[in-house]
Design a protein around this ligand. Structure first.
Ligand SMILES: [Zn+2]
Length: 419
């Protein structure tokens, strides 16, 4: 069989593995609470708060969609015309057109151009956040964050680009197989190291201070059978008034993180409800599941890019001879951008199911649906979330159930358990 035949077979295998993983590991059997309950929850929220949140979301929306639209147009313009390949050539020219310079500098230049054209929309977004009082870091803090994130992306990107094109040179016929394995490995590696290497670039993390709340949280984790070494507090207040918490990392790097804003704004019972939700993620190994599906997806993407990239018409549009050239990198970026936009609703749906399971875990663990509902109200109030967002937006991009869905789930739980 030819390498192309093997690639097709590998892609089919990876697709089946992804489908099986998604079918078995995503809690599909978790329909949202009845719509009537959601509408009842919506009526219980202060009307002026709902109106204010909706106004904020409407103000934010044009910048978000414009960034997606312009980002797509630029990716297509660079990848499906010879413009992108010229940019890669240009970046390699001062280094005698060396392949490594084209691969790393050319690749980063393409990504940077795509970032720069969406920069005005990111600034627009920041101005809306500031106007509504959610952002606290000012333009200098915003710029510092931006430069830091460029630097982090440049380091990770340079390693990935150099590795990718080295493999192509070492194995011109089978690079897609090594590339797929490398991409999957990178995803797993990043899951381990992001919390310890990258997150500290943006925030300071300190162990939660001793006290009744910390004791309560550690006891709850022990009761839940989830060993937690510590609850970390992130100094999120340096850039936002928004409240949040999350789990990240794998094995030795796993941690539960709460924003300092959450500790400041929410009652202890509400913080407990939030942490119980995060313990649900830890208990169900959601980070590990996300890493596994991410790794399979990344491997499948490399093989799919190899197969698609061998298509004559696409190569002719991009003005390159082979997908293996660094000059073809903009074509790969265009294909990945389109795939990401097409894939987004499926990813959002899976995320919502996983989040709903963590909510159910929190309700069962705390046995306190009233605090859970109060926490949802507070989250929505401070974060200016639309408690019941437009359906199309919800289906395309909502990673969490809506506030009214989560409130209704708490009420359903209260009914079922008689609390
Ligand atoms: Zn969650």
């Amino acid at each position: 069989m030819t390498p192309r035949g093997w690639a097709l077979l590998t892609l089919a295998g990876l697709a089946v593995a992804l489908l099986v993983a998604a079918a078995l590991l995503i809690p599909w059997h978790r329909p949202p609470a009845p719509r009537a309950d959601q509408l009842a929850a919506l009526r219980d929220l202060p009307a002026d708060q709902v109106a204010h949140s909706r106004e904020f979301r409407s103000a934010l929306r044009p910048a978000g969609w414009a960034a997606i639209g312009i980002g797509l147009l630029v990716a297509l313009a660079l990848g499906l015309t010879p413009l992108g390949s010229r940019l890669v050539e240009l970046a390699g020219r001062p280094f005698g057109d060396h392949w490594a310079a084209q691969a790393v500098l050319g690749g980063l230049a393409v990504v940077l151009v795509a970032d720069l054209v969406t920069l005005p929309f990111a600034a627009w977004r920041q101005s809306v956040l500031t106007r509504y009082g959610l952002s606290t870091n000012g333009w200098s803090g915003w710029t510092a964050d931006l430069l830091k994130s460029y630097a982090v992306s440049a380091v990770i990107g340079a390693v990935a680009l150099l590795g990718f094109y080295t493999v192509i040179r070492l194995s011109p016929r089978w690079w897609w197989a090594f590339g797929a394995a490398g991409a999957a490995t990178l995803v797993v590696l990043l899951s381990f190291v992001l919390p310890v290497l990258v997150e500290p670039v943006f925030n300071r993390f300190t162990p939660m201070e001793q006290g009744p709340l910390r004791t309560e949280l550690m006891q709850m984790a022990a009761r839940d059978g989830v060993p937690v070494r510590d609850v970390l507090v992130a100094d999120a207040s340096r850039r936002t008034r928004a409240v949040n918490a999350y789990v990240s990392g794998l094995g030795p790097t796993r941690r539960v993180v709460v924003y300092d804003t959450l500790l400041r704004e929410a009652t202890p019972a509400e913080v407990t409800a939030v942490v119980a939700h995060e313990l649900g993620h830890a208990k169900d190994r959601d980070v590990a599941v996300g890493t596994l599906t991410g790794a399979l997806g990344a491997a499948a993407a490399v093989v799919a890019l190899y197969l698609l990239g061998s298509s004559g018409p696409l190569l002719r549009l991009a003005g390159v001879e082979s997908v293996a050239q660094p000059r073809a990198f903009p074509l790969l970026v265009a294909l990945v951008t389109v795939a990401g936009l097409v894939w987004a609703p499926a990813q959002a749906l899976m995320s919502r199911r996983v989040e709903a399971r963590a909510d159910a875990h929190a309700l069962a663990l705390t046995g306190d649906p009233a605090a859970f509902e109060a926490m949802q109200r507070r989250l929505a109030g401070i974060n200016l979330a639309d408690p019941d967002p437009p359906r199309w937006e919800y289906l395309y991009s909502a990673t969490h159930p809506s506030t009214v869905e989560r409130m209704a789930a708490a009420r359903a739980h209260a009914r079922e358990t008689g609390r």
